[in-house]
Design a protein around this ligand. Structure first.
Ligand SMILES: C[S@@+](CC[C@H](N)C(=O)[O-])C[C@H]1O[C@@H](n2cnc3c(N)ncnc32)[C@H](O)[C@@H]1O
Length: 374
């Protein structure tokens, strides 16, 4: 057997083991690990992209477009979640995939998986509270938020969502408690995170090399297709956030996040430029750039910090990914996971970089043990 196909089958097997609890993708991965003909569609992928998630996204995109196909009834994103049948989805999904193999091969050959995970607002909210903890004089506790690798810009709406965080059975809600978008997480931190201190956002913008506009139906469908339909609430939350953010979409400029930084900052800064606390945020984005590029970004932020009273660089990335952010105690650098990191400049002078703690990659829990002093 072709070495590449053997690797693809092994990846499906690993996926099936890790996500055995998922009724759709767990079951499909188990069968794909033994089905050369169906799995071979991934041979069309661009170098380095032949991962199970791309196969799943291509088929998901197809059934979102064609709800009449046999596979569609297994997708909670197409039919009502309660209407998804119990049983083996593979015969329908296999038949649909092989009947549309040309179309799927075309998607697999040209697309990259891309997400915008709204529930990450949980760790973003916690990070914003930490970043503005010192209430630096001259910043009126309002921030200008810039996201690097913003995708469709949905995390820029963090204050427009209800961020419900449970701590030992007691729930606190930050943002807009009446919002149709509800993000949920558990606070496992030693000391409770005060989400009620979420700062006001005076300006916001993002940069992405492939921004998805909120009026681009095909682009949004692909982002939906990259979500896993059998994780309850994930697709529903994404769609609700798109609806809400469409009313007042923040600009997401097209470009590389190092070269496009200044443009994104200019798009976010309004008339309050001179008094605002600039918070530059990234979540599962900088990790895709190489180390030298991340250091270059750090140098650019250092220069930018001389132009504003306060600048914070908040990152939610794997351990060891961000220059100047230590790997938290007890976390192995190669262990994956999400570290919430904070670098701060006040009046142009940098303070010590902090690893605030660790989080679930989709914000299902936060565990912060370091808050900046101030
Ligand atoms: C995994 S997604 C995360 C999106 C969003 N930050 C979130 O947490 O939901 C990574 C995003 O980073 C963008 N990206 C990756 N490398 C980039 C680069 N060098 N410049 C700009 N955007 C980049 C991708 O296009 C993608 O939208």
């Amino acid at each position: 057997m072709d070495d590449r196909l053997a690797t693809i089958l092994r990846r499906f097997r690993d996926f099936a083991e890790e996500f055995a609890h998922l009724p759709l993708y767990g079951a499909l991965a188990r069968r794909l690990a033994q089905d050369r003909e169906a799995a071979a569609l991934l041979l069309e992928a661009q170098p380095g992209q032949d991962r199970p998630v791309l196969w799943f996204a291509a088929v998901h995109d197809l059934v979102l477009r064609r709800p009449d196909l046999p596979a569609a009834r297994w997708y909670a994103s197409v039919v009502e979640r309660d209407s998804v049948p119990v049983g083996d989805p593979w015969p329908d999904v296999r038949a649909t995939a092989l009947a549309h193999r040309e179309e799927l091969a075309g998607l697999i050959a040209t697309r990259l998986t891309q997400t915008n995970e709204v529930n990450r607002s949980v760790y973003l909210a916690a990070g914003l509270v930490a970043a503005t903890h010192d209430q630096h004089p001259g910043t009126d506790n309002a921030i200008t938020l810039v996201e690097l690798g913003a995708s469709a810009g949905l995390l820029l709406g963090v204050d427009r969502y209800a961020i419900a965080v449970d701590r030992q059975g007691v729930q606190a809600v930050a943002g807009d408690p009446l919002s149709p978008v509800r993000c949920e997480g558990t606070d496992r931190s030693l000391v409770a995170v005060r989400l009620d201190e979420l700062p006001r956002i005076a300006g916001r913008a993002g940069v992405d090399r492939n921004p998805i506009r909120l009026d681009d139906d095909a682009g949004l469908r692909w982002l939906t297709a990259c979500l896993w339909p059998d994780v309850p609430g994930r697709v529903e939350r994404f769609r609700a956030a798109v609806e809400l953010m469409r009313r007042e979409p923040p600009p997401v400029v097209q470009g590389d996040f190092v070269d496009g930084l200044e443009k994104a900052v200019a798009a976010a800064l309004g008339p309050a430029a001179s008094t605002s606390h600039l918070v530059v945020f990234s979540s599962w984005a900088l990790t895709y750039a190489d180390r030298a590029r991340r250091s270059e970004l750090a140098d650019r932020l250092d220069a930018l910090a001389r132009e504003v009273p306060a600048l914070s660089w908040l990152t939610a990335e794997p351990p060891g990914a961000i220059p100047g952010i230590p790997v938290p105690r007890g976390v192995r650098e190669d262990a994956g996971g999400t570290v919430l990191g904070l670098r701060q400049w006040r009046d142009g002078v940098e303070q010590e970089g902090l690893a605030l703690g660790t989080c679930h990659p989709h914000g299902e829990w936060i565990d912060l043990d370091e808050m900046p002093s101030g």
